[in-house]
Design a protein around this ligand. Structure first.
Ligand SMILES: *[C@@H]1O[C@H](CO)[C@@H](O)[C@H](O)[C@H]1NC(C)=O
Ligand SMILES: *[C@@H]1O[C@H](CO)[C@@H](O)[C@H](O)[C@H]1NC(C)=O
Ligand SMILES: *[C@@H]1O[C@H](CO)[C@@H](O)[C@H](O)[C@H]1NC(C)=O
Ligand SMILES: *[C@@H]1O[C@H](CO)[C@@H](O)[C@H](O)[C@H]1NC(C)=O
Ligand SMILES: *[C@@H]1O[C@H](CO)[C@@H](O)[C@H](O)[C@H]1NC(C)=O
Ligand SMILES: *[C@@H]1O[C@H](CO)[C@@H](O)[C@H](O)[C@H]1NC(C)=O
Ligand SMILES: *[C@@H]1O[C@H](CO)[C@@H](O)[C@H](O)[C@H]1NC(C)=O
Ligand SMILES: *[C@@H]1O[C@H](CO)[C@@H](O)[C@H](O)[C@H]1NC(C)=O
Ligand SMILES: *[C@@H]1O[C@H](CO)[C@@H](O)[C@H](O)[C@H]1NC(C)=O
Ligand SMILES: *[C@@H]1O[C@H](CO)[C@@H](O)[C@H](O)[C@H]1NC(C)=O
Ligand SMILES: *[C@@H]1O[C@H](CO)[C@@H](O)[C@H](O)[C@H]1NC(C)=O
Length: 846
């Protein structure tokens, strides 16, 4: 073929060479043809230029060889007379020659234009003509058309296999396929790519859900298909349960009581899951979100969420356990108790109830450590109670505050309680008492006020208390078995104090004291006998008085008994010498023993007043109706007398006057009987003279005077007949009368004694003599013969004795019968020696 072309070209060559001699072309000596080979790519319907050298050859021929054939056919030729386009060119598109060149332009390329174009160009160079063969390979490319996507299954079940194909009608290969995936959220990514239009998707999953497109591309263009939705069917997965508020423990979920708790169940599924809730295996709710408002402790349990895919008829389940936490009621309670045998303290804090258990934490003061934290082994783990042991012996001061802080998950604020330690304020107190039936003696010891309570125990001779007790302890002894004089010791131990306190009871039989062992008193007065316990301690039975007859004394008109637990005073009223003198006995006893004490009461008469002598007895006028008397005392001891009784008695009457005075006659007749003494009471002891009036002038009188001392009447003076004022007219008469006077005087005294002794029976007479019973100036009167002065081994107390009349006199009974007598106090050490016994209780602190 080449040879044919060459032959043809050679044929026309000389003419053109001739006509273009102006070119300076080196002549190919060998006459070799030059070949050029190019490729040109055109696109269907577009234009393309096929070039044939850079300069216009003298002669050229474009020919076309259809692919798959060997025939070479002319398309355009120019033999120096302008180009001529052959008919064949019509099948190759709109073909034209670019002016002033041999290049061909083809517009609206058809597929048929595809093939080998050969341009044979002759350049008639002088001497050296050149022949070029330009081979131009024209490739006509077809753009890809819009592909369309196909899927074997648009709703595949997760895990299955499917294919996708991208179908293309036209398009020159090689075509590249890209599958794009657009997620629900709009994110587009290349899913797959390759040279084939089909891909297999094995193990389809939910992530494959979305829009798909395919893009087909070749050297010309790229086209995208419409999108197609792929919906993967799956699920439900194992549900996920979200608990709000979120709180998880090793036991599972937890919630605080009264909170609103929301359980949200989510199980991935397509189509979406249906949810059913179970509580402890019973169905309670349908729907994804289970909300419990104000959850209560009884809502604790297992909550299960069941998710169902109704399309696939598959289900899945998840169970959680939910615990409702609740705080204990109230606040913690604190206490402090002794530990290690009352040598140290244990602090207790308790707060029962609640779930989980609250956490409790002690804080407080320690004296020596000087810090606020109690750093002993205390638990802060959740517990319903906590105890800490403080170091022993006095590290904690009095009035220390310890606080226990309780906190719980379900409470916003912690609550606290506190406790204090106190040393009991006072010392231990010991005392003893007897049961009513006198069966037992109780020894009581108490030491109150401590926090914690102190330990109290007894130790005694032979008797040990039965262990310690808190705050107080009572040792019970059978009545009468207590040891006299031996101490019973109460020990009291408090953890805040290192020392042990003691308090001692020494049991002793009671001892009684009296003011004086012998009491003497003047007759008629009241006297008080005293009896009191030496020590004022109990237990002692009532103090009893026995009178001089040994009779248990009661309150009567005779006796007044005043008593307390510590003393008993017996008042003997209106003492009589014979009746009331004697031994009085005061007695008492206790669990350890009994005792009595004797008091001798001596009732005395008042001493005799001194003798009085009438020194002058005289009528003061001739009328003889008034007599003036003067007297004097033999022994002017002051206070020895209190008054005088001035008496006169009728002795005789003058005969001449007899008719005029029949009294005289009567009296004369009565001379045989006891004489009647008229008397004047002189209550002033200072007076030494007196005038007696209203006398009968015819009568002869005798006068005498008797000193008086309280109840005692002294010796009457010798009786005297009054003297005449100027002369003594009747010495004989008077002299004769003296003999009878003594007899009369004696009778008078006897009468007085009778009156005084029977003053109750004959008060008027008594009053006449001694003044009114109610008179404030009444005085007690003893008779001389009643006077008793008795000695005794003890001191005799003289009440109102002759040496101390007046202020120390016994009180008049009428004025204040019960008033205590002003007995002088016994000198110390006198008579006060204990006769017997007391229970003495001495509390000794240490
Ligand atoms: C593919 O090419 C044929 C012939 O050229 C044409 O008839 C057809 O319309 C083209 N298809 C598309 C989708 O372009
Ligand atoms: C889209 O997907 C790509 C790759 O999967 C990822 O890197 C990108 O963050 C995604 N963007 C969005 C908005 O999701
Ligand atoms: C896709 O799977 C089919 C059938 O399983 C198989 O015939 C075909 O060759 C596979 N195609 C590709 C690209 O793997
Ligand atoms: C789906 O995509 C997510 C995030 O890209 C990935 O974590 C997950 O494993 C994927 N799931 C499957 C079944 O491949
Ligand atoms: C539910 O189960 C829990 C745990 O087994 C149990 O404590 C609780 O009492 C149960 N509640 C009811 C109402 O049965
Ligand atoms: C407790 O203390 C008392 C008195 O100090 C002692 O007698 C007793 O033996 C102690 N008991 C113990 C168990 O230590
Ligand atoms: C302990 O403290 C209390 C209160 O402060 C106080 O009344 C008491 O007297 C104190 N006791 C001692 C033994 O100090
Ligand atoms: C009784 O006697 C006691 C002891 O002598 C004395 O203290 C007390 O005051 C007396 N009581 C009366 C009421 O006299
Ligand atoms: C006391 O007096 C009684 C009689 O009243 C007598 O029996 C007793 O011995 C006396 N006791 C003393 C200690 O004098
Ligand atoms: C007082 O008088 C009486 C009787 O006249 C007489 O016995 C007595 O001795 C007198 N006393 C004195 C102290 O003179
Ligand atoms: C006795 O004397 C009194 C007066 O002194 C007189 O009143 C009375 O009547 C007299 N009787 C006779 C019986 O004389």
């Amino acid at each position: 073929m080449v040879a044919q072309l060459l032959g043809l070209a050679f044929l026309f060559l000389p003419a053109s060479l001739v006509t273009s001699t102006t070119y300076e072309v080196k002549i190919n000596e060998n006459w070799e043809v030059l070949y050029r080979d190019t490729s040109v790519y055109g696109v269907l319907g577009k234009a393309v230029i096929l070039e044939c050298g850079t300069t216009l050859p003298d002669v050229y021929i474009w020919s076309f060889t259809k692919p798959g054939t060997e025939a070479i056919k002319a398309v355009v030729l120019d033999l120096g007379k302008g180009p001529r386009i052959q008919k064949l060119a019509e099948t190759l598109g709109r073909l034209s020659i670019i002016s002033n060149s041999a290049s061909v332009s083809i517009e609206q390329l058809p597929v048929a234009a595809h093939g080998l174009y050969t341009c044979q160009a002759f350049y008639d160079m002088p001497g050296e003509p050149i022949v070029y063969y330009y081979y131009v390979h024209l490739t006509v490319r077809v753009p890809v058309s819009k592909p369309y996507l196909l899927m074997s299954d648009v709703s595949p079940v997760e895990g299955s296999t499917m294919w996708m194909s991208c179908n293309l009608e036209n398009g020159t290969g090689p075509v590249r396929y890209v599958w794009q995936h657009e997620t629900r959220s709009g994110n587009i990514s290349a899913f797959a790519q390759g040279n084939t239009g089909v891909i297999n998707v094995t193990d389809v999953n939910r992530n494959h859900t979305g829009w798909y497109r395919c893009v087909a591309s070749n050297a010309v263009n790229s086209e995208t298909s419409n999108r197609l939705w792929l919906d993967t069917i799956f699920g439900p997965d194992i549900p996920q349960i979200d608990v709000t508020p979120y709180s998880i423990t090793e036991r599972g979920y937890s919630a605080l009581e009264r909170e609103t708790v929301s359980l949200l169940c989510q199980a991935q599924s397509n189509p979406a899951s249906q949810y059913v809730w179970f509580y402890n295996n019973s169905q309670i709710y349908t729907g994804p979100q289970l909300t419990i408002t104000k959850i209560l402790r009884m809502h604790t349990g297992d909550y299960a969420c069941l998710a169902q895919n109704t399309y696939l008829n598959t289900r899945s389940r998840k169970t959680i356990s939910l615990t409702v936490y609740y705080p204990p009621d109230g606040s913690p309670s604190c206490s402090v108790e002794p530990a290690l045998n009352h040598t140290s303290l244990r602090l207790l804090c308790s707060w029962p109830g609640g779930f989980p258990s609250p956490s409790l934490h002690w804080s407080g003061q320690l004296k020596q450590l000087g810090q606020n934290e109690v750093d002993t082994e205390q638990q802060t783990n959740p517990v319903t109670n906590t105890a800490i042991l403080l170091p022993p012996e006095g590290l904690v001061s009095n009035n220390s505050l310890f606080t226990c802080m309780g906190s719980h998950l379900a409470l916003k604020q912690p609550t606290e309680c506190s406790t204090r330690t106190y040393i009991p304020t006072a010392e231990p107190v010991c005392f003893a008492y007897v049961t009513n039936s006198k069966q037992y003696l109780m020894l009581s010891c108490s030491w109150d006020g401590g926090a914690p309570k102190a330990l109290v125990w007894w130790e005694g001779p032979g008797e040990q208390g039965k262990g310690g007790q808190e705050n107080s302890n009572i040792l019970i002894l059978r009545y009468g078995t207590a040891r006299n004089g031996k101490p019973y010791t109460c020990y009291a131990k408090h953890p805040l104090l290192v020392q042990t306190k003691t308090c001692r009871l020494t049991l002793e039989a009671p001892q009684l004291l009296t003011r004086s062992r012998v009491v003497s008193v003047y007759e008629g007065s009241d006297v008080q006998l005293t009896c009191n316990l030496r020590d004022n301690y109990l237990p002692v039975s009532e103090i009893t008085w026995f009178n001089n007859q040994g009779v248990d004394v009661r309150d009567t008109s005779k006796y007044a008994l005043l008593r307390t637990s510590a003393w008993a005073n017996l008042t003997v009223r209106d003492t009589k010498q014979t009746q009331d003198s004697g031994e009085y006995r005061c007695t008492t006893s206790n669990a350890v023993g009994g005792t009595d004490i004797n008091v001798t009461l001596v009732v005395k008469r008042h001493p005799m007043p001194p003798n009085v002598t009438l020194v002058s007895v005289m009528y003061n006028s001739k009328q003889r109706n008034e007599v003036e008397l003067e007297w004097q005392l033999e022994d002017e001891e002051p206070g020895g007398w209190t008054g005088f009784i001035l008496q006169h008695v009728w002795v005789s009457e003058r005969p001449g006057r007899r008719g005029s005075n029949n009294d005289s006659k009567e009296e004369a007749e009565e001379r045989i009987g006891p004489p009647v003494w008229y008397q004047n009471i002189i209550q002033n002891p200072e007076v030494r003279s007196h005038t007696v009036g209203r006398l009968t002038p015819t009568v002869t009188y005798q006068f005498r005077i008797t000193p008086v001392n309280h109840r005692t009447i002294g010796h009457p003076s010798a009786a005297k007949t009054p003297a005449e004022p100027s002369y003594n007219a009747y010495p004989a008469v008077i002299g004769a009368a003296i003999g009878g006077m003594f007899i009369a005087a004696l009778i008078t005294v006897l009468l007085l004694v009778f009156i005084i002794r029977n003053r109750n029976n004959n008060p008027r007479l008594h009053d006449l003599l001694f003044g009114s019973q109610h008179s404030q100036s009444r005085e007690n009167i003893n008779f001389p013969e009643d006077e008793v002065v008795r000695g005794s081994e003890g001191d005799i107390e003289e009440i109102g004795g002759p040496s101390n009349l007046g202020p120390t006199m016994p009180l008049p009974r009428a004025a204040s019968p019960l008033a205590p007598s002003k007995t002088p106090s016994p000198s110390p050490g006198d008579d006060n020696e204990p006769v017997s016994v007391t229970i003495t209780v001495k509390a000794t602190g240490s």
